[in-house]
Write a protein that binds this ligand. Sequence first.
Ligand code: CA
Length: 703
Amino acid sequence: MSRSESDGHAAFPPALQVVARLLVLAMSLLHPSSGLANALEDATNGNHWAGYGRTYDTAHYSPLADINAANVADLSLAWWFDIPGVVLATSVPLEMDGTLYFTAGYSVIRAVEATTGRLLWTYDPKATLVAGRKLRDAWGIRGIAYWNAKIYAGTHDGRLIAIDAKTGKLIWSVRTTQAGDLRIITGPPLAFDGKVMIGHGGAELSPMRGYVTAYDAETGRQLWRFFTVPGDPGKGFENKAMEAASKTWHGQWWKYGGGGTVWNAMTYDPDLKRIYIGTSNGSPWNQKIRSPGGGDNLFLAAIVALDAETGAYVWHYQETPGDTWDYDAVTDIELANVSIDGRSHRVLMQASKNGFFYVIDRDSGKLISAAKFVKVTWAKEVDLKTSRPVEAANARYESGEVTVWPGSLGAHGPQPMAFNPARALVYIPAVDLPGTYNDQGVDLKGWKPDREFLLNIGVNAGVDHPGNTTADVGVSALVAWSPIEQRAVWRVGLPGVWNGGIVTTAGNLVFQGRCDGTFAAYAADTGKELWSFDAQVGIIGAPITYKVGNRQYLTVMAGFGGGATTFGPMWDARTQRRRLLTFALGGDAKLPAAPRQRRPVPVYDPNVRLNAKAGGSGGTAFATHCAGCHGPDAAAGGAAPDLRSSAVILSEAAFREIVQGGALVQRGMPRFEEMTDDELEGIRDYLRSKANELVGSRAAQRQ
Ligand code: CA
């Protein structure tokens, strides 16, 4: 910066400077959020990234083109910020007025200077200390929201909090879940029009009835709540929509809660003043238990349009009627105006977990088109006359086990896709994996949900993997999809299955982090890889881009953990480098060299004996209680430590102190106070035998 530029303002006499400041202050008081409304509504203003998907259309698109396909080869690291702790670092940051805001771990929020990464403040809601049994479902939150100089975040334990964006001080906090329930928060809040809205998750774990709630953004006062499935008819229905929905259920569904949680997708439509929400699977997954006799079970696995002012039902489109496979309709919902068959349509788009790409008219809620963006076998097609899927024989495992594509992992996770209006293309982080389902041995009539906060789904569901869990088997892809023609324009095979969210820009670029630790840029029109960076750890979060002064920056959170991370390259939870990485043209920062500690070093106990009383049941107990974070077959994928390499499993007392006594609750390790000493020893035996097995297989490899 030249001296004349930096001294520009000093040319005013001090008194005039004060007047100028007062004028700016007066203008900002008159229009407290006009700059923000512009940032959220005006797709042509690329300076800020003020919402999860940048603007209200949630397109994860930036009109900035300073960094473009011609010069992206010169893109380099400008700075990095080390995120402390063994925490989940997979979220999408926000940028407003030169400050970056982001969450990692249990809703810990930080603000850093966007040009330097200098830490401005940290707010820790201490979620692990109040979460209790909710810690047993250990997802992090995927993003935060900004409105009128406040940051909004859900906390794992079920609070919605508002924080002063300047100071990091708490402004208000409300509990959006019910006392004693098992609802948890994983999705980003949605801020719009002076309101902030939040959903919740947990339909896998206990009887649960899903809902979303809107609050006054300034005060936290509750404005409205919309339940996604009908409750007990004996208690009356909240509204006509619930009464109508109840006709699509059978039996005593309310005893199982019903499900339909909104744990991810929420989009605001400023043109129609509507909210679109995406709802989850049923509670439990198996429809034969939840609603014996079938039925569509509204509004499960559906997109529902609500009036933004009142929360009243407007329309719905159900993607998976009577879901029985865990086909949540919760992947991101993106808005666009497109021309189809010579007519202009206001549409919403979703690359659903069930493998179909949906284009829906958002005025009417009518399906325009649906097509398979990956291999799909549970349904032959979506019949455009009825708007319903045409299911395959035995897809509902009514006559024995079935293998269908996709499995319960889904064809698309919560990692956002991106829509580039200049190319009229959507870029999808797609997954191609089948799954098996059967309900052999499940007591369909007498099935009782428990409240132990364990996987509670009423079906034996497996995820098939064409290879072992440590191999790089390439069953995922970055797919460039034309929503107008409903076909793939290009497709790049990716390692593993769980890769990062996407950003696309007017610079003809698509950026995505991968599970193998590569952060890459592709030409948006051809899919040619133009640039890559070694992030030293797998990436799940989606990048953002923004401008401070005259410089365009690109930021992504690097860190690996959460769902499905055991399918592919693995990153050790204790040694992986979780970082916020920021890039610019001509950036001159360089990450310190990092030894790649990707393989756990197993502990070895020559004296391991299977506990006679536990009778070798430790493996089952581990699968039910521990595998969600510590990995199937005790092979961890980055969310939590690999216990085969933990000295804790060599000590009965230490193991008990942590698992039963809750010694590490503060760090996010849940307490299982109800476990008996026999159960604990069973799990410890299982883990020691798995560690010894790993020692043996490594020795065999060396020979
Ligand atoms: Ca689900």
